[in-house]
Write a protein that binds this ligand. Structure first.
Ligand SMILES: Cc1cc2nc3c(=O)[nH]c(=O)nc-3n(C[C@H](O)[C@H](O)[C@H](O)COP(=O)(O)OP(=O)(O)OC[C@H]3O[C@@H](n4cnc5c(N)ncnc54)[C@H](O)[C@@H]3O)c2cc1C
Length: 420
């Protein structure tokens, strides 16, 4: 590869990817006194981390695959704009992932997955406040509850599997009546007759701006941000070379935080990971004419509505179509109906669509930590539906691993070689 080598001495750490995971790693590495370079083809938090639903949950412990899920699938699959879709061309490549996905949802697996999930998010609101200390963007974090809204009181049933999982882990939650729901959310339709509320959460009023603020703070500590695409990484004795279009960068240690694109950078080393692009959409309504006080999930339609600085955002759905397929914005505009059902007086006249790729493994867990067999290369990718909530802890774990500090969680569930 004929590229110029940076004339700087090797960085202590190169982080590939400036999504919320990459910037959280970079800030915490630089706070430990290391020299850090972050390489991304776009400015910070323009990928999946740009347009998520903003839920910062310390209580995320229910994976996507749970016992009995298959019963709901036929209903979803026949609706092309429904909560889950697999594009025809992607069915064959998707099948091996789907088999692993259902295997991960067996009753004997989900409890340990739930424990591994909550270990990554349990302190997330306070961890964000620590990362954003001194930055004005700390105001973009709001204490919040997470409301799961139902049309029929019988549906708000704490005996269901996911609610049992949360209760076993002492998640602070309870059923609320239609009256209490109206009090908390005056603009929600009276058609919603009950809800389950999870307390003690936070929400982001602009997830991308929070990530950019973390990047800005990292920059003030000396982190070097480079706008470039990483074409390959190669090992050089104990260290790494990151090859970009016109330049290559040397680093003693490298962190792969490139979201759903991370798996392709590992293939030259014979590592094939079942990482799918679980594409989600949002619709952002400017001047909505209503206000939402919490994160609200319409359980029937599986989408989350939330107040952002710039309007009301509704986000969700899963589309499996490969990484690079063009967005199908009809999926985003289908949220208009959901919004009008939830908030009858909402103005959707100024609505903008967006699509992002959740990096999703079949067991809903990310890969975090040293990559087996590749000395000084670290994984920080695959955070699926939970990356905003799990980013601060992921950054702390990576900083602990790289500075040889005792890591305070068992890293076994997040090992890269768990799929072999
Ligand atoms: C619709 C939707 C709603 C969601 N809601 C929530 C929520 O409410 N709460 C929550 O916790 N999570 C939520 N998530 C999940 C969360 O957004 C993701 O888990 C998280 O953003 C993943 O962050 P990341 O940094 O790994 O990936 P990304 O944000 O995608 O960042 C990866 C970065 O790597 C860069 N990159 C990739 N390859 C290369 C390369 N070769 N060279 C240079 N740069 C490269 C990309 O440009 C990108 O900037 C949601 C996701 C979606 C799609």
């Amino acid at each position: 590869m004929k590229t110029k080598t940076s004339d700087q001495k090797p960085f202590d750490v190169a982080v590939i990817g400036a999504g919320i995971i990459g910037v959280s790693c970079a800030l915490q590495l630089s706070e430990r006194g290391l020299s850090v370079i972050v390489i991304d083809r776009y400015p910070p938090c323009e990928g999946a981390s740009f347009g998520n639903a903003g839920v910062i949950s310390p209580w995320s412990c229910v994976p996507q695959s749970v016992p009995g899920l298959w019963r709901k699938l036929p209903k979803w699959f026949f609706d092309p704009l429904g909560p889950i879709v697999i594009r025809k061309r992607h069915i064959l490549p998707f099948l091996p992932w789907a088999i692993r996905f259902f295997a991960a949802g067996k009753a004997n697996k989900v409890e340990s997955i739930g424990d591994a999930m909550i270990a990554l998010s349990s302190q997330s609101p306070s961890n964000y406040r620590a990362l954003l200390a001194g930055e004005p963007e700390i105001e973009l974090l709001k204490d919040s509850s997470y409301i799961f809204a139902y049309k029929h009181p019988k549906q708000a049933n704490l005996d269901h599997f996911g609610w049992q999982m949360r209760q076993k882990r002492n998640v602070p939650l309870n059923v609320i009546s239609a009256g209490e729901l109206q009090e908390r959310e005056p603009d929600i339709s009276k058609a919603y007759q009950a809800a389950i509320i999870i307390h003690g959460q936070a929400r982001a009023l602009n997830p991308s701006a929070i990530g950019k603020a973390i990047a800005k703070k990292a920059r003030t500590l000396g982190v070097h941000f480079v706008l470039a695409e990483t074409k390959a990484i190669t090992q050089r004795e104990q260290s790494w070379t990151v090859h970009c279009q016109d330049q290559q960068y040397l680093a003693n240690k490298t962190v792969l935080a490139a979201g759903v694109w991370s798996a392709s950078l590992l293939r030259p080393f014979g590592i094939y990971l079942p990482l799918e692009a679980e594409r989600g959409y949002h619709l952002l309504c400017e001047d909505p004419g209503i206000h939402i006080n919490n994160s609200i999930m319409d359980v029937e339609r599986m989408c989350v509505a939330s107040q952002m600085v710039s309007g009301v955002r509704i986000a969700g759905t899963a589309e499996f179509a490969g990484i690079e397929a063009a967005p199908d914005n009809r999926r985003a505009f289908a949220f208009e109906k959901s919004l009008k059902t939830m908030f009858p007086s909402i103005n959707t006249g100024k609505a903008k669509p967006w699509m992002g790729r959740r990096p999703t493994f079949p067991d809903s867990l990310p890969c975090i930590g040293a990559i087996e067999g590749l000395h000084n290369l670290y994984a920080a990718f695959g955070h699926s539906h939970y990356g905003l909530s799990q980013a601060p802890k992921t950054g702390q774990i990576i900083a602990d691993c790289i500075t040889n500090k005792q890591v305070d969680v068992d890293l076994t569930p997040y090992k890269t070689d768990r799929f072999t």
